[in-house]
Write a protein that binds this ligand. Structure first.
Ligand SMILES: O=C(CO)[C@H](O)[C@H](O)COP(=O)(O)O
Length: 225
């Protein structure tokens, strides 16, 4: 099975956890795209009454195109279940997200959810976080100075660019990816990044996820915290 087939498999598995009447958080990325397709199908076939909260404009557009009801996070009290992808997950259920530039909205939705599920193919499960570059969403104003500080700290920053232009998040901010190689102390790093003026949010998701669905060559593996 190729990576896309694994992503589709976990996407289809994840929607089994959605129940009628739920408020469901929809993550972002290619794995989530399969999940949203499967959810749209289920909602239509079973005439389910659910409300979705999207973590990116792209996911919102997809959900609406499939006929699902989408509300903004500020229109709902609490989300019952959020299903999202991830770039790396360590054995202690910490993760890196933001490869798709959506980690700020994803984190806001996640911390306002009763339960969080991540869906990944097996390549995302790692012993230690950090091989995947850690994304930071930064305010454009003064971002070159933030970049310099990150460089001085030895974090090997790189602005995320496409066709010579800054990649913009849905909040119109820039992205800086930190090429750390490995992260020995995620909590310490998270605190350090939280305290940097101009950094809106980093892609370390610590202690947030409850359930991980992993797509393997032998089928779906469900890992509970
Ligand atoms: O955090 C994310 C977007 O900001 C995605 O969930 C993450 O990048 C995984 O994406 P994909 O399913 O395409 O591998």
């Amino acid at each position: 099975m190729d990576q896309n087939a694994l992503k589709q498999m976990v996407g289809q598995e994840a929607v089994k956890y959605v129940e009628d009447g739920m408020i469901v958080g929809l993550g972002s990325g290619s794995t989530v795209q399969y999940m949203v397709d499967a959810l749209g199908k289920r909602v239509q076939e079973e005439q389910m009454d659910i409300v979705c909260v999207a973590t990116s404009n792209k996911t919102e557009d997809q959900a609406r195109a499939l006929g699902m009801t989408v509300k903004s996070i500020d229109e709902v009290d609490q989300i019952d279940l959020t299903i999202d992808g991830a770039d790396e997950i360590s054995k202690d259920f910490n993760g890196i997200k933001g490869g798709g530039a959506a980690h700020l909205w994803e984190k806001i939705v996640a911390i306002n959810s009763r339960r969080n599920m991540w869906i990944v193919d097996e390549s995302k499960m790692v012993d230690q976080l950090g091989a995947f570059p850690l994304p930071l969403e930064v305010i454009p104003f003064g971002s070159s100075h933030v970049f310099e500080k990150l460089e001085q700290l030895g974090f090997h920053p790189e602005f995320r660019m496409r066709d010579g232009k800054h990649v913009l998040t849905d909040s119109k901010n820039y992205l800086i990816d930190l090429h750390l190689g490995k992260i020995d102390h995620p909590e310490t790093l998270a605190k350090q990044l939280d305290s940097m003026v101009g950094v809106v949010e980093h892609g370390l998701f610590l202690g947030i996820v409850d359930l991980v669905i992993v797509g393997t060559q032998h089928g779906v593996k469900t890992v509970k915290k």
